[in-house]
Design a binder for this molecule. Structure first.
Ligand SMILES: [Ca+2]
Ligand SMILES: [Ca+2]
Ligand SMILES: [Ca+2]
Ligand SMILES: [Ca+2]
Length: 299
C-alpha cells in the first residue's frame, strides 16, 4: 500500500477508508508503510516508565523484519500500556510485546522476567489475587489466596508457611468464586493458576512467577529449574488453566507435531484465533496473544 493514507488520518476521515487498501479498523494492524506518522501510539509508549530493563529505541517500525506489521499498543485494563503492550523491544532481544516469550499478557511490565512488575502486585502483604489482571486489589476480581497457607512456601522469608497466623486458610482453600473465574481465568496463560503459580516444562514442581530473593525478582525462563529463583508453589486447581497437549503454554512455545492444521497447529478455545506462530495474523487491538490464542482483554 503506497497511498498517502495515514493510519491516524484514516481513523478520523471516513473518506480515507475508501481510498485505502481494504478495511482499516481501529485495533487492527496495518501494513508497514501505511502508518506513516501514525505511530502516535508508539510515541505514547515511550513516555511510560519502563519496567526492569532499559527500553531500546527500537520500535516495531524500524526494527521489524521485512513485511512486519505496524504495532498498536495494548492496554492493561484501560490504563497506559505496560512493557508487554508498548510496542517497544524493552529488553532488546529482538522480540516485541506478545512476540516476546517472556510476556504473559498486557498487564505484564517486563519483557525479561516472568515476574509481572506492575504496581500492587507485590504489595507487602501475603495475600494474593488475580496475578494476570491490573492488580487493583482483591475486591475487583474476588480471587483470594494467601501465601502463608501454602506449605511449599513460595515466599519463605516474608510469608513463611503459617496456617495459624490469623489468616483463614480454610477460606483460602475454598473453590474460587464465580466472579474470580469470570474475571481472572480468561487472562490466565495456559499452564498457570489464577495466582501466578504455573506448571512449566523443565520445572520439578509448579513455580511461583513472582518469586523474589532479597527483594529482587528472580524467576525467568532460564531459571525455571532452580527452586531458589522460581520457588515451588501449590496450584489452585479450582482456578487453573491447564496446559493441554496441543496448546502453547508458558515455557512451551510450540505444540507437538501432529496437532491441529498447518495454519493453526495450536489448540485454542472455541472462537479464539491462533496467534504468534509463523504465518498467523496479529490479534485485533482489543485482544492480546496469550500463549498462542487471541484473548479478549477489553470488554
Ligand atoms: Ca514492549
Ligand atoms: Ca523483547
Ligand atoms: Ca524477552
Ligand atoms: Ca488450557
Amino acid at each position: 500500500m503506497t497511498g498517502p493514507c495515514h493510519w491516524a488520518l484514516g481513523v478520523l476521515l471516513a473518506g480515507c477508508f475508501a481510498a485505502c487498501d481494504g478495511d482499516v479498523l481501529v485495533g487492527e494492524f496495518v501494513p508497514e508503510g501505511a502508518a506513516g506518522q501514525g505511530g502516535t501510539g508508539a510515541a505514547g509508549g515511550m513516555g511510560i516508565t519502563t519496567g526492569l530493563t532499559t527500553a531500546t529505541t527500537t520500535t516495531a517500525n524500524s526494527g521489524g523484519s521485512a513485511g512486519a506489521a505496524e504495532c498498536i499498543p495494548r492496554s492493561c485494563d484501560g490504563g497506559p500500556p505496560y512493557d508487554c503492550g508498548n510496542c517497544l523491544d524493552d529488553d532488546a532481544d529482538g522480540k516485541i510485546d506478545s512476540d516476546d516469550p517472556d510476556c504473559l499478557g498486557p498487564c505484564h511490565n517486563t519483557e525479561s522476567l516472568y515476574y509481572g512488575n506492575i504496581p500492587g502486585q507485590s504489595g507487602g502483604n501475603c495475600e494474593r489475587e488475580c496475578y494476570f489482571d491490573s492488580d487493583s486489589g482483591v475486591g475487583n476480581d474476588d480471587c483470594r489466596s494467601d501465601q502463608r497457607c501454602d506449605p511449599l512456601e513460595p515466599e519463605p522469608d516474608s510469608c513463611p508457611y503459617d496456617p495459624d497466623s490469623g489468616v483463614s486458610c480454610e477460606e483460602s482453600a475454598l473453590p474460587a468464586s464465580d466472579k474470580c473465574l469470570d474475571t481472572c481465568l480468561p487472562l490466565v496463560p495456559n499452564g498457570c493458576d489464577c495466582f501466578g503459580c504455573c506448571q512449566i516444562p523443565g520445572a520439578l514442581t509448579p513455580v511461583w512467577l513472582g518469586t523474589e530473593v532479597d527483594g529482587k525478582p528472580t524467576c525467568d525462563r532460564d531459571s525455571i529449574a532452580d527452586p531458589e529463583s522460581c520457588r515451588p508453589c501449590t496450584l489452585n486447581t479450582t482456578c487453573f488453566n491447564r496446559c493441554e497437549n496441543c496448546e502453547i503454554c508458558v515455557g512451551k512455545p510450540q505444540p507437538p507435531p501432529n496437532c491441529g492444521s498447518s495454519e493453526m497447529p495450536q489448540e485454542c478455545p472455541p472462537s479464539s484465533e491462533g496467534c504468534g506462530l509463523p504465518g498467523q495474523s496479529d490479534c485485533s487491538q482489543d485482544h492480546y496473544c496469550i500463549t498462542g490464542c487471541c484473548t479478549l482483554i477489553i470488554k
